[in-house]
Design a protein around this ligand. Structure first.
Ligand code: HEC
Ligand code: HEC
Length: 487
């Protein structure tokens, strides 16, 4: 009871929005303050807005720029760490009997050709928080050039019908592959776009380059890295999710990107551990904002440095116990070794197969747990045989061409729920590689993984435990969950 009171006192201090204000609609006249907090099941999530209070009216991030009534904020909600949880989608369905622009036919339904008034036509958004992403076939590189794919694609089954659809499917006039993905948080952009090295340390090759500016880019945006920069991403989102008519307006794009670049989101209070920047720890979004460019890079040091001081917390109370558990989770994340095997993007990069390492081997960027080297890795979340079976998602059969090199671990015939990075590069070796996300804001944006296959952080840990046969103890699992619940 006492801890709850502490949380609510903190909420009162930081000007938390209440009940009806949780949802941000397009075209509202509100103020996005310099600091905005919302409660979640593990405490309080806070977003800092570096540019100071921002009026939403007329601001392109908050305006319905296209024909479907949506703004960027429709899917990137402050209460959900600038992402969108499945629970919020369900709440919104109930509150508006499915009329909210969030459920727009184009990608807020399983397929635009389904009867839109039916709840079942939006099942993937409601159950898993997934948005339809239609990728052109054959693939296009990030500069729009057609790529000759190294594989053929067939649809094995598709309960949404969309990949078979005469207008939207693979055999339509504008052939496209429909995959279903979680909304990635539009915040902490400094980290999303951080260029840690001027080459990809995994393979020694140069980093991808922005075709517009010739500048090196992080290669870490979106599940399939189809957009090299936040600018390209904003234009893509305007055309796809917002359904704008004509070309994206440059002034609007610049304003949107400038706004996103000023946002920092992290859990600030834990119901059980108290303020996350107390007792020597430096959790919360202020640290994210303060960190300078050169300090983003990962390395041999533990990446969740901000929680390690709690390893030495006293053991007088349940609050201390939680603090210690979080710190142990931070420690385990870098030190608990296991064998990473058959994971394209890692094991084929000269590290050996298997390679003995820890979570932080892939999640190596300080304070956000992204991969400093572009993070396209196949950890099995979408590819057979490791993917969690998902009868509600499409299943594709990809057959590598005879003149292309076979996939070293999966052979020539690969079954996948989402070809991932291969939808951008057309390469057999890239099938099912998904870009590692930022790990911030997790407590406000379940479910997890790009296909929403882990309902909870516990399920996510269980996935890794199975996938890499780690044999985590019950205590280790709980420590990792506790760490992730305060990021
Ligand atoms: C219909 C919901 C929806 C709307 C509206 C929307 N987005 Fe997104 N956004 C997504 C999804 C889904 C992804 C992840 C897609 C993927 O991984 O392929 C995403 C990803 C992003 C990312 C990448 C973050 C990362 O870590 O890679 C940024 C930045 C972003 N959106 C910004 C915007 C902006 C700016 C707008 C408005 C112009 C916008 N979004 C509108 C659904 C939406
Ligand atoms: C071999 C590389 C690799 C290792 C090792 C690894 N991860 Fe990941 N992780 C990824 C990739 C790639 C993704 C994106 C996968 C997806 O979305 O389908 C990811 C995603 C995640 C996410 C993001 C979930 C979300 O939806 O935003 C979390 C949290 C996470 N991993 C935690 C862990 C933990 C805990 C461990 C150690 C037990 C770990 N990872 C080990 C590569 C790795």
């Amino acid at each position: 009871m006492l801890l709850r009171n502490v949380v609510f006192a903190c909420l009162a201090l930081s000007g938390v929005a209440h009940g009806d204000e949780r949802w941000w609609s397009a075209n509202e006249d509100r103020v996005f303050p310099a600091e905005l907090s919302y409660p979640n099941s593990s405490g309080v999530m806070t977003t800092l807005n570096e540019k100071g209070p921002t009026r939403t009216q007329g601001h392109p991030f908050f305006s319905a720029l296209g024909t479907n009534g949506r703004a960027c904020v429709t899917c990137h909600q402050p209460a959900d760490a600038m992402s969108l949880s499945a629970a919020t989608a369900q709440e919104r369905w109930r509150a508006t009997t499915g009329k909210d622009p969030l459920f727009a036919a184009i990608d807020g339904s399983d397929c635009p050709s389904l009867p839109q008034e039916k709840e079942s036509s939006h099942s993937l958004l409601l159950k898993r928080g997934l948005i339809r992403v239609a990728r052109p076939w054959p693939p296009r590189a990030s500069d729009g050039a057609v790529v000759k794919p190294q594989f053929a694609i067939e649809v094995v089954r598709d309960p949404t019908g969309c990949n078979f659809d005469p207008k939207y499917g693979l055999k339509s006039k504008a052939p496209s592959v429909s995959v279903y993905r979680r909304v990635r948080p539009a915040t902490n952009a400094k980290y999303l776009t951080a260029v840690g090295f001027n080459f990809d340390p995994k393979n020694g090759l140069p980093l991808p380059v922005d075709p517009e500016t010739d500048e090196l880019v992080s290669g870490n945006l979106l599940a399939d890295a189809r957009a090299p920069t936040l600018f390209a991403q904003a234009r893509d989102a305007m055309q796809s999710h917002l359904q704008i008519e004509g070309k994206p307006d440059d002034v609007a794009v610049k304003k949107i990107v400038a706004f996103v670049q000023g946002l920092y989101t992290a859990q600030s209070v834990s119901m059980k551990a108290g303020a996350l920047n107390d007792g020597g720890a430096q959790g919360g979004p202020k640290t994210l904002m303060a960190v300078r460019g050169g300090e983003l890079q990962g390395g041999p040091q533990p990446i969740w440095l901000e929680f390690l001081p709690w390893l030495n917390a006293a053991s007088n109370s349940s609050q201390d116990e939680m603090r210690k558990s979080i710190a142990r989770g931070a420690d385990l994340f870098s030190k608990r070794m296991f064998l990473v095997d058959d994971s394209m993007g890692i094991n084929n990069m000269g590290f050996g197969n298997p390679v003995r390492n820890a979570c932080a081997f892939c999640h190596n960027m300080l304070r956000t747990g992204m991969d400093v080297a572009p993070g396209q890795v196949d950890i099995g979340t979408v590819n057979s045989p490791h993917a969690t079976p998902a009868p509600e998602l499409p299943l594709f059969k990809l057959t590598c061409n005879v003149d292309a090199p076979a996939h070293p671990y999966l052979g020539r015939v690969i079954f996948t729920q989402d070809p991932g990075y291969a939808l951008t590069t057309g390469k057999c070796a890239d099938i099912g590689k998904i870009t590692a996300q930022s790990m911030r804001g997790l407590a406000s944006r379940a479910p997890y993984f790009s296909n929403g296959s882990a309902k909870t952080l516990r399920e996510l840990v269980e996935y890794y435990d199975r996938r890499y046969r780690i044999n985590l103890t019950e205590q280790e699992k709980q420590d990792l969950v506790n760490l992730m619940s305060v990021l």
